[in-house]
Design a protein around this ligand. Structure first.
Ligand code: ADP
Ligand code: MG
Length: 685
């Protein structure tokens, strides 16, 4: 069908800049335009008579122009068109600012629709800047739910609506990607009706049904990809890691603390999975500080003592080194020596059992299959490092690893390693299937014993002094302080400017304390040095931008200040807050914000009331929506239409996906579905 795919210009007269702007939006052909859906509607569906007009109400009018003329107002600075229009019940004055040409394009005697709201001007009702449209059986700018699109400036909403109306008759030619059986079972609109009702809905119901169909389609692809991945993965082989109770028991007994119930349960889940010759694909979800690392280390130790290799990937060098220290300490320095080898491989380090080692040498050992836990950043994923007996891969803060990077890890020639992802982002239960459809999930909800809640306060400008006095006391008592600065300017992407200026500022406030600085422009070793100085209490206060990774453990830090707290989501604030309260000291979090907007104050106040990450995730979700929170970066899915209000669609979508896959795992009879999920490599392929 050539028409659908011929360029927009063939259908509609457009100027060059407009064509360019449409291309920027990804709109080249009639098909593209048909599938470019509105983000919102203005409700001008009520067509009223002039006598019934109430101020402030959005309505449409069907009127005749009595008179129309252009003039200048405001001492000649503003051109406007003025008209008097009437229907059977009365007449009303209309003013269009900045559109004097209307006086020429509309003429007295003409019948038109107007859409807008009337307001009092000098004690009589007047319509200001209403949308107008010549009378027709199928109005598209007035007298209906009027679609609004995300557009570039050079394209007026009216122009785009006219373009859509022009190509709309072609919508019947668009093939439906959803099989007709599914449409029938689920009582969903077909694609033709969906397109028509999305752009120019007959009614609010029509609009809602169209949205629902689009949301279903998205979650269906998501479930199809996830289920298919899961089934395919279950056909692959992994090393069956023997569960040796003694090893685990001895290790747990060697720890300076008792495992929490949830740590125990999660470790059990993981060890059970690893015993099977099928690849594990598990997510370990737990609040910051809940002790996920330990669960990962138990799994790694079990793999190593059975003669395999394990990898722990961290998003940054700092985190990798910290994990390495922890692992090395627990595996080799504890009273019981587990004799498990531990290596660190990053761009700047190559350590084996705490001694520097040549990278080539270590690569060779890895290739030979030397059992051990290999900890590193993506430097570990370099092509020349080939694991011979890789049984387990742990990815810390999993969302920071791109899909491609994860894929690199798999040596498909041999066995697929068991995968354990660690994440501190809590996902509400109802949405887990949508975000992590193909993963098994373990959660750590309980905190290690003795952890105190972090006292959280919202501080306004007048109390800043007091907060600073408090900090002086904390530092004098030996504690340390994080200060997080927000990204203020668009141009200052790495937040260098805001962090630097805050450092200067704090040097004046605390002249006797040492103040360190962390921002995205620092090189690896510089970051490392800044972090080390803070860890060793050489600096008492560390100013850091939000771009610096979370997860770093500085037990002596008892207070965190978040500047411009209103600029962050609650889940992110919670991540920041998790940097303190990692030891026995009572810890504090101060949110600094001068934003007086009641909603913002409310949101931040809610945050001060709870230390529960799951609760905050739910709140965030309500306030910021799904896309914002679980967009591309984390789930690999970019939902445009699916949002939490459609959670009831997840199960049916999943059932339909399963039904199709049961008969046709390779989707050979569904080429368009196959195409749709092609790029959606889920967590591990
Ligand atoms: P996260 O889940 O944020 O990665 P970590 O694994 O870094 O948390 O653990 C945070 C801190 O809590 C570490 O210092 C760790 O040694 C300690 N920890 C872990 N489990 C326990 C426990 N069961 N009891 C006491 N402290 C624990
Ligand atoms: Mg961690």
């Amino acid at each position: 069908m050539p028409e659908l795919d011929s360029p927009i210009e063939n259908f509609f007269k457009l100027q060059k800049p407009q064509i360019a702007a449409l291309k920027k939006l990804g709109l080249f052909t009639a098909r593209d335009v048909l599938l470019y859906f509105p983000y919102r509607y203005l409700d001008f569906s009520r067509v009223k008579q002039i006598i019934d007009l109430k101020p402030g109400e959005n309505v449409s009018l069907k009127v005749k122009i009595n008179s129309i003329s252009g003039r200048f107002a405001m001492y000649g600075r503003m051109a406007l068109a003025e008209a008097v229009v009437s229907d059977d019940t009365g007449s009303i004055k209309v003013v269009w600012f900045n559109q004097p040409y209307l006086a020429k394009s509309l003429a007295a005697g003409e019948e038109i629709f107007l859409a807008g709201s009337a307001d009092y001007y000098k004690s009589s009702l007047q319509l200001t800047n209403p949308i107008y449209e010549k009378l027709s059986d199928f109005p598209i700018h007035t007298a209906r739910l009027v679609p609004l699109y995300h557009l570039k400036q050079s394209i007026y909403p009216k122009t785009f609506r006219n373009l859509v109306a022009q190509v709309l008759p072609l919508s019947g030619q668009i093939a439906d990607n959803l099989p007709s059986d599914i449409l029938k079972h689920q009582a969903l609109m077909d694609i033709d009706a969906t397109i028509k009702q999305s752009h120019f809905p007959d009614s609010p119901d029509g609009m809602a049904e169209a949205r629902k169909r689009l949301a279903f389609e998205e979650i269906f692809y998501n479930q199809l990809a996830a289920r298919r991945h899961k089934i395919k993965l279950s056909e692959k082989k992994a090393y069956a890691v023997k569960f040796e109770e003694n090893v685990v028991k001895n290790f747990v007994a060697s720890l300076p603390f008792k495992l929490t119930a949830d740590q125990r349960k999660s470790a059990w889940n993981v060890l059970q999975d690893m015993q099977k010759p099928l690849p594990m694909n598990r997510l370990l979800e737990g609040d910051v500080g809940s002790g996920k690392t330990l669960v990962a280390l138990i799994a790694a130790l079990q793999a190593i003592s059975d003669g395999y290799q394990a990898v722990l990937l961290a998003p940054t060098e700092i985190l990798a080194s910290q994990h390495y220290q922890t692992a090395h300490g627990l595996f080799c320095k504890s009273p019981v020596n587990f004799n498990a080898r531990c290596a660190l491989i990053t761009n700047n380090y190559c350590l084996l059992n705490n001694k520097p080692e040549k990278k080539d040498k270590l690569s060779a050992l890895i290739k030979e299959g030397m059992p051990g836990l290999y900890i590193g950043t993506h430097a570990l994923l370099q092509k020349n490092i080939k694991f011979k007996k890789l049984a387990l891969v742990v990815i810390d803060e999993q969302h920071r690893f791109g899909v491609e990077q994860r894929a690199q890890l798999i040596n498909t020639r041999g066995k697929v390693p068991h995968l354990l992802s660690l994440s501190a982002t809590p996902i509400p239960r109802t949405l887990q299937l949508a975000v992590y459809g193909e993963l098994d999930i373990s959660q750590i909800k309980s905190k290690p014993a003795g952890r105190k809640n972090i006292v959280t306060k919202l501080v306004n400008a007048t109390n800043r002094e007091k907060a600073y006095e408090f900090i002086t006391k904390q530092v004098t008592a030996g504690r340390q302080v994080f200060v997080i600065t927000p990204l203020i300017e668009e141009s200052d992407k790495l937040g260098v400017k805001s962090a630097k200026s805050e450092q200067v500022n704090l040097k004046k406030v605390f002249p006797t304390f040492q103040i360190g600085l962390m921002h995205g422009r620092l090189k690896g070793p510089e970051k490392e040095a800044a972090m080390k100085d803070f860890l060793n209490n050489k600096t008492q206060i560390l100013v850091s931008t939000s771009v610096i990774e979370v997860g770093v453990d500085v037990p002596n830090a008892s207070t965190i200040i978040i500047e411009g707290a209103d600029r962050f989501g609650l889940a992110q604030l919670h991540q920041f807050r998790g940097r303190v309260g990692r030891a026995e000291h009572q810890s504090y979090c101060f949110l600094f914000s001068d934003n007086q907007n009641p909603d913002t104050v409310n949101r931040l106040t809610e945050f001060t009331k709870t230390n529960d990450g799951f609760e905050l995730a739910e709140l965030d979700l309500k306030q910021r929506g799904f896309g914002e929170m679980y967009g591309q970066t984390q789930s690999g899915w970019n939902f445009k239409y699916f949002d939490p209000s459609y959670t009831s669609l997840i199960q049916p979508a999943r059932q339909e996906a399963l039904a199709i896959l049961t008969d046709d795992l390779n989707l050979d009879s569904y080429p368009s579905l196959k195409e749709k999920i092609k790029d959606k490599v889920v967590h591990f392929e």
